[in-house]
Design a protein. Structure first.
Length: 243
């Protein structure tokens, strides 16, 4: 019995040391991966990298990590020759193969979410006054949550040099296709009672923004209007995390 107790104590101690070594190793790997990702994507701040699964060391031995979560607080994606800020990008990577020094890593698949604020999306709308009919100009002055997955687009109009007392708002549907976010008014607003062709009004109320250049080659999959902005879902395969 005494020998058995000693054996159990030794097993517990060795198990504890293994767990400690495993956690130290995963912490080191997360820091290294975060640093490489920051350098690869030219990020202003270090991203969050969390390697899931236990034990980590057996995954290392196999050269593939089962599950890695990446969080980037602020990312500048390319958009029609300019940039657009993507907030709170969170991606879940599966089947991540990496080099021994963590200088390169590629995920078999990736899914994630992020947010584009309404203030950021507003930059793509017609914020400068545009003539839509003789004596009538209009511009988009605000975007906000319209409820039920809709965006409220607020338009300011001027008729014969006089600004209308109140801006008009329309509920719009937001969709994504081929990496492009599109905002389309469900109904057209009346701009000072003027009879204006639909295509002229939609030149103000409707707009689109292509978003590409997301980290690792992930792509925009779908969008949905939410309280603080447009929530986007992203997806990719053979996603490069570093190197």
């Amino acid at each position: 019995m005494r020998a058995l107790r000693i054996l159990l104590i030794v097993v517990v101690i060795l198990g504890g040391l293994f767990v400690l070594a495993d956690r130290l190793a995963v912490g080191f790997a997360e820091d290294e991966a975060a640093g490489k990702l920051q350098a690869t994507e030219n990020l202003a701040a270090t991203p969050d990298v969390s390697i899931k699964g236990f034990p980590f060391l057996t995954q290392v031995a196999g050269g593939t990590l089962d599950d890695v979560e990446v969080g980037i607080k602020d990312y500048e994606a390319t958009a029609d020759g300019g940039t657009i800020r993507i907030d709170d990008l969170k991606a879940n990577m599966k089947g991540v193969e990496f080099s021994g020094d963590y200088s390169s890593a590629t995920a078999a698949t990736a899914t994630g979410t992020a947010t584009v604020s309404y203030a950021e999306l507003l930059k793509t709308a017609k914020s400068e006054s545009t003539q839509v009919a003789p004596g009538v100009t209009a511009r988009v002055v605000g975007l906000s949550d319209g409820g039920n997955g809709k965006i409220k687009v607020t338009v300011e109009a001027t008729v014969l040099g006089t600004k209308l007392p109140q801006p008009v708002s329309v509920l719009s549907t937001v969709t994504a296709e081929g990496g492009t976010v599109r905002v389309h008014a469900d109904k057209l607003p009346a701009l000072g009672g003027a009879d204006i062709a639909e295509n002229r009004v939609r030149s103000i109320t409707d707009f689109e923004q292509k978003i590409d250049g997301l980290p690792g080659g992930i792509e925009l999959e779908s969008v949905q209007a939410a309280k603080d902005g447009v929530e986007i879902a992203v997806r990719g395969s053979n996603v490069r995390l570093a190197g």
